[in-house]
Ligand binder design. Structure first.
Ligand code: FNR
Length: 386
């Protein structure tokens, strides 16, 4: 079945008077989710750093580029599949790590629901270390879809090694190390609500289930949340430097992907240090305001990566955005906030709806614009607007 067939399904159901329950646009998803979610959780997801200049820039950057259609191509069937890290994926799309999925779902188990959506769609989930359910339970829900594990590197190296080992044993197919949140950035919306997710004990299941983390506590985490939160706040993040990369590399034979790379020199140095993939992202503008849109950083990072796979996220709101990021050289494109809103509105089904909508739009743009396969998104397909 082609991804674009989601469109026919919707029109056909409409003949029986059946209209989509979930919104068909990002703006619609955002508006409906804002009404459905608890205000502090909504602000945590929707908000970003400072006055959100970077966050807005991530999105508006896509409006500065337009795609040029090609005719007489006969793109009757489109091939969206890619091969990356030795895996064949059905599409060049994945779900970016989001450390608040648990409480975004009505039942408090949004990490499991998202993993279920990965199984249903073939779209891999990058599971954050911040999760309401342990990474082993999340992995069980992946079905045949590969899953990746994202780590913030803790100060305690033994804890880092334990988390990575657990991910390996649970069957994750790659380790994504997020380098771009050594501390939590200045976030006025969360500050106004004095709302810190981890300090309230949310999303810490991977820590409280970890033998190394548990061994450092005076009593079992189930008995004393304050001690858990205190210990967690002391160990969760270690701002790394280049000297740490060989150690990081040595933790696992799984593909190692470094997230948060926006400068070509960093991409080059990470490649020299033996990473398997570069993840160009500014974390959706959540931690440092005043930055360039992530899309503007992508071409130079791709060039510096020199053939290494480049994952990209920050600002993807539509299928057209996905196509543009691919045309700029991304190997695979990460969806962030849009799927969280789908989760909040409809659990696993809501995430599936968002992913299928995005992929259908990609597929139909390829059909209309004459790009028969993902490999055909060459930079010449794009032109700066104005
Ligand atoms: C994130 N992101 C993130 N990244 C990461 O490496 N680990 C994490 O735990 C989280 N948590 C998280 C929570 C929330 C609420 C958001 C919105 C984002 C960043 C995420 O992976 C991705 O980089 C951004 O979401 C991309 O920006 P957009 O497209 O969502 O605006």
């Amino acid at each position: 079945m082609a991804f674009g067939d989601y469109q026919s399904e919707i029109y056909l159901r409409g003949l029986a008077g059946d209209l989509p329950v979930l919104p068909m646009t990002y703006a619609g998803l955002e508006a409906k989710a804002s009404a459905a979610m608890a205000p502090s959780v909504w602000s945590f997801v929707a908000g970003g750093a400072g006055d959100e200049f970077t966050q807005r820039g991530n999105v508006s950057a896509f409006e500065r580029w337009g795609l040029i259609p090609r005719m007489f191509v006969g793109a009757k069937e489109r091939d969206l599949s890619i091969e990356v890290f030795g895996m064949k994926l059905a599409s060049p799309v994945f779900m970016a790590p989001i450390g608040v999925l648990g409480i975004c779902a009505q039942d408090g188990h949004g990490d499991l629901a998202t993993a279920g959506a990965a199984a249903a769609t073939g779209v891999p989930m990058v599971a954050s270390v911040f999760a309401a359910d342990p990474l082993e339970d999340v992995a069980v829900e992946f079905g045949d879809t590969p899953g990746f594990f994202q780590l913030y590197v803790p100060k305690d190296r033994e804890l880092a090694a334990s988390l990575v080992k657990r991910a390996e044993v649970a069957g994750y197919k790659a380790i994504v190390v997020a380098l771009d949140q050594p501390v939590t950035g200045w976030r006025p919306r969360d500050l106004a609500a004095a709302y810190s997710l981890p300090l309230r004990g949310h999303s810490l299941a991977n820590y409280t289930s970890d033998p190394v983390f548990r061994a450092a506590l005076a009593q079992p985490p189930e008995q004393d949340l304050r001690t858990v939160v205190l210990h967690w706040s002391q160990v969760w993040s270690n701002p790394l430097n280049w000297d740490d990369l060989p150690w990081l590399r040595s933790l696992s034979d799984l593909p190692l992907i470094v997230k948060g790379i926006c400068h070509p020199d960093d991409a080059r140095r990470a490649k020299d240090g033996g990473v398997d993939g570069i993840y160009c992202s500014n974390h959706g503008g959540r931690h440092a305001n005043g930055g360039l849109p992530a899309l503007d950083c992508l071409p130079a990072v791709v060039e510096a990566a020199d053939g290494l796979p480049v994952l990209f996220d920050s600002g993807i709101r539509s299928g057209a955005d996905i196509v543009k990021a691919l045309a700029m050289g991304a190997t695979a494109v990460g969806i962030g906030r849009p799927y969280v809103y789908g989760l909040a509105l409809g659990g696993a089904d809501g995430v599936v709806h968002v992913l299928r909508s995005l992929l259908a739009e990609v597929d139909l743009i390829m059909a209309v614009d004459g790009y028969p396969s993902v490999g055909n998104f060459i930079a010449e397909a794009l032109q700066r607007v104005g």
